[in-house]
Design a protein around this ligand. Structure first.
Ligand code: ZN
Ligand code: ZN
Length: 462
């Protein structure tokens, strides 16, 4: 994977856009918001504005008030153009929506602020920002800015690649006019089987959102050291390519020892650089049978992401991720009734008394992508990995790589389900914790990327 510069034959419709600015949806479907303008911004009519503003969605337009509730401006589409080095503050931004570590925080942003009114009368709050500035925030939001520089460089390259790939996909969908409102949620359903997965091209008023659905982007608040800035500057314009095309460089928190294939989480297709690898220095034996899955998940093999050293973890993971203590191997236990209630709430189906939960298809990392739940009223099969995680937890299970132990009561009904599980996230592509540990062990960014994305190379495209 050598680096090659000046090559610009990648055929990207979005290359111009990718080289300049990106539109990030920070908050959506808002009826009102309080925003702090730190410094001077210019409104659509050239008027200067600063200080605290209150934004409200009214019947047919967005109204901007100052602190004293005087109307300052109104319209359907209002741009606050950044005059120099101003920033703006949003309060109560929800992050990691739907996961157990969800929380709200105050965030500060560079670039322009754009408010767009949705037809049904809510507001999308959008940040338009230079791509390279966006990346500085992403890598320090996804991981901690104290992480080793070679890891942050690897992350900058995959976050840039992912973004450029996602923008190209979005354009392709728009060009072929295939886009439907719920295009992102690919769902096939018959009465007994639901297969669902979520794509990125769902956003209409902006390119990417600021949460885990796309990439975490939490403004400039998290950039506490020079490292993320240095990592982005030192890799400026460099992306991961395969056969001359920018890679769809996926990543997740911890693979659990073996990375997963693309099709376990998304479309049924093989992406050659997103194949399963052993996340360590040993050779690789994929999980093929239920017996393999059990012995793999119930063991603690050597792997880069098998790390117990809290100090090392603290250097790599953001503070709110540190709270998830066991991610390499973990357990969840439910009383049968509790799990029946969760499934009913999450799926909308009353399956009756659950009699068995049975994995039907697994990927090579042990992640289940087709699961059967047999109940007295109904038996249903669900996939793919994220939907399985969503159905089996009040929030989301950390991963779908699990084996289930059914414990029975005296009447022969199931009393308790215990999930013995591995990994955190979909496991496809780069394992963030594993990559951080590799960097701590002295591996270079190129070596880390070659490990997780076999057959790829680095190219400087702008
Ligand atoms: Zn998104
Ligand atoms: Zn791993």
């Amino acid at each position: 994977m050598e680096e090659k510069s000046g090559h610009n034959l990648l055929g990207f419709h979005s290359m111009q856009k990718a080289c300049s600015t990106i539109r990030v949806g920070i908050k959506d479907e808002q009826s009102e918001a309080v925003i702090g303008l730190n410094g001077v911004f210019l409104l659509n009519d050239g008027k200067e504005i600063t200080g605290t503003i209150i934004v409200e969605a009214k019947k047919d337009s967005i109204i901007i008030f100052d602190k004293k509730k005087h109307i300052v401006s109104s319209g359907q589409d209002i741009r606050f153009k950044n005059k120099g080095d101003s920033t703006f503050t949003l309060f109560d931004v929800a992050i990691d929506i739907g996961f157990h570590w969800e929380k709200k925080e105050r965030q500060v942003f560079k670039g322009d602020l754009v408010l767009k009114r949705r037809p049904h009368g809510t507001i999308a709050i959008i940040n338009e920002i230079e791509v390279e500035d966006y990346l500085k925030s992403v890598i320090s939001s996804e991981m901690k800015s104290t992480a080793p520089i070679e890891f942050l460089k690897a992350h900058a390259i995959i976050s840039r690649s992912w973004l450029i790939y996602a923008l190209k996909e979005k354009d392709n969908v728009l060009l072929t006019k295939e886009r439907k409102k719920d295009q992102h949620c690919k769902s096939t359903m018959d009465k007994d089987q639901i297969i669902r997965f979520y794509e990125q091209e769902s956003h209409d008023l902006y390119d990417v959102c600021a949460d885990d659905h796309c990439q975490r982007y939490q403004g400039i608040t998290k950039i506490s050291t020079e490292n993320p800035v240095r990592a982005v500057i030192e890799t400026s314009g460099i992306v991961l390519t395969y056969n001359g095309l920018v890679c769809d460089a996926r990543y997740s928190k911890a693979c659990g020892g073996i990375t997963e294939e693309y099709k376990t989480a998304w479309k049924d297709m093989d992406i050659p650089y997103l194949k399963s690898i052993y996340d360590g220095e040993k050779s690789f034996s994929p999980i093929l049978t239920e017996k393999d899955a059990k012995s793999w998940i119930c063991s603690r093999p050597d792997a880069f992401c098998n790390i117990k050293d809290r100090e090392m973890l603290r250097m790599i993971l953001p503070d709110f991720d540190i709270k998830t203590k066991d991610f390499f191997r973990w357990q969840v236990r439910y009383k049968r009734k509790e799990l029946e209630d969760i499934i009913c709430k999450k799926s909308g189906y009353d399956l009756g008394k659950i009699q068995e939960i049975k994995p039907l298809k697994r990927g090579p990392s042990g992640r289940i992508f087709l699961l059967e739940i047999r109940g007295t009223k109904k038996t249903i099969r669900i996939g793919k990995e994220l939907e399985i995680r969503r159905w089996l937890s009040h929030t989301h299970l950390l991963s779908s790589a699990f084996v289930i132990e059914h414990k029975y009561d005296d009447l022969g009904d199931i009393d308790t389900f215990t999930f013995y599980s591995a990994g955190w996230g979909h496991g496809v592509g780069l394992c963030q914790i594993g990559a951080g540990v590799m960097a701590l062990k002295g591996y270079k960014a190129e070596e880390i990327l070659r490990h997780y994305f076999p057959g790829t190379r680095l190219e400087k495209i702008y």
